[in-house]
Ligand binder design. Sequence first.
Ligand SMILES: *Cc1c(COP(=O)(O)O)cnc(C)c1O
Length: 463
Amino acid sequence: MRYISTRGEAPKLSFEDVLLTGLASDGGLYVPESLPKFSQEDMAAMAKMSYAELAHKVILPFVEEDVSSAELKTMVDETYAGFSHHAVAPLIQLDKNEWVMELFHGPTLAFKDFALQLLGRLMDHALAKRNKNLVIMGATSGDTGSAAIEGCKHSDHVQLFILHPHERVSEVQRRQMTSLIGDNIHNIAVQGNFDDCQQMVKQSFADQSFLNGGQLGAVNSINWARIMAQIVYYFYAGVSLGAPHRAVSFSVPTGNFGDIYAGYIAMQMGLPVKQLVVATNANDILHRCISANHYVKHDLVKTLSPSMDIMVSSNFERMLFDLYDRNGAELAELMANLNAGKADSLDTDRWHKAREVFASHKVDDERTCAVIKQVAEEHNYLLDPHSAIGVDAGRVCNQHPEVPMITLATAHPVKFPDAVIKAGQAAPQLPRHLADLLEREERCQVLPNDLAAVQAYIADTLK
Ligand SMILES: *Cc1c(COP(=O)(O)O)cnc(C)c1O
């Protein structure tokens, strides 16, 4: 399978090249040239598979030119054996046709482990074959950083630099990153905000000369391999609740649009999906776009669901690529106009096409806490704030009450005690493997909000 850029100019690449490259050279994102399709019989057979078996089945067509079936099997087996629940992604029933899929049983307690545990193994495999090393730079507002660190800590070929905004991540989130001491793991606390960190990563990709010939790789969801790994749990949930004979809907707490885009891909691959609900917090550019065809950047709002605090969603471009009939030139122009504020909406027909699949809803902090409280009291189930936004949006947007609505529970409530306490619930306990987290030694470099200083630190550390 070959991969093409959403902006139509960059060369077509193989899976492993896409895995190691991140952003396409024309500024676009890589997507598969065509998608594998699963038949009714394929999906009926999936219902009997373990999570790791299903992951192998779904992922193999995307990677098979570079990774053998047996190699992939070892990687997925190891990846999902590291999850603490035997079902890996258990489904919890709240009410008739109302479900929650728990995606927080990986090592760092958020759904990002599903992809990043595998990504680390895939990268190491590719780099070992090529006898190459890779410098990875990533910006995080919390969950990506720790998941990437966990995913890469055993790598012999990766040096990982994670930038987080100094004093702007929760204590649990910070300690999950800084207390993992590995020689190839480097935490940088930037004296700025998340956008400053992200901007530094983008600028470093654009001009990699500070690495003196080294190559930069990406762990954020512009990396196709992350999307690919996330397609699996949509099939897992779907076939558990009756697909291919019965359709399902999903409500997805959304920031960068990576997670819900994986659901959209699952649908293109044959999974019968009725609705995909984009659940946002006060940072609602996607809700404004999907509900009212209004796409304009607003300032960042700090919320109780920080992993969704984002001004623009990079993976939205991948979906727009399909909406614009995969015309890279047209999409490049649209993206340039949207980013420059010269356009503020999508072509009306194309917007209507998006609305056939996607619905959206925005949930503020107060409502988030009310939902945590209601679900705790009436269903005896504790949601984290991101997942609570998903549950609320799923209820509000549901057009097909006869179809199961599955909310993706993207994080464990223990990561976000502030919201849980505000909702009048007792703060949950850290799970056993993290019980001593608050006593562990930390390692982190605080640096000024200055690109040159950060790049000099990286270059120096690599020597
Ligand atoms: C990253 C994250 C999200 C947002 O996912 P996207 O793929 O960026 O849309 C939602 N909830 C939690 C807990 C996250 O860590």
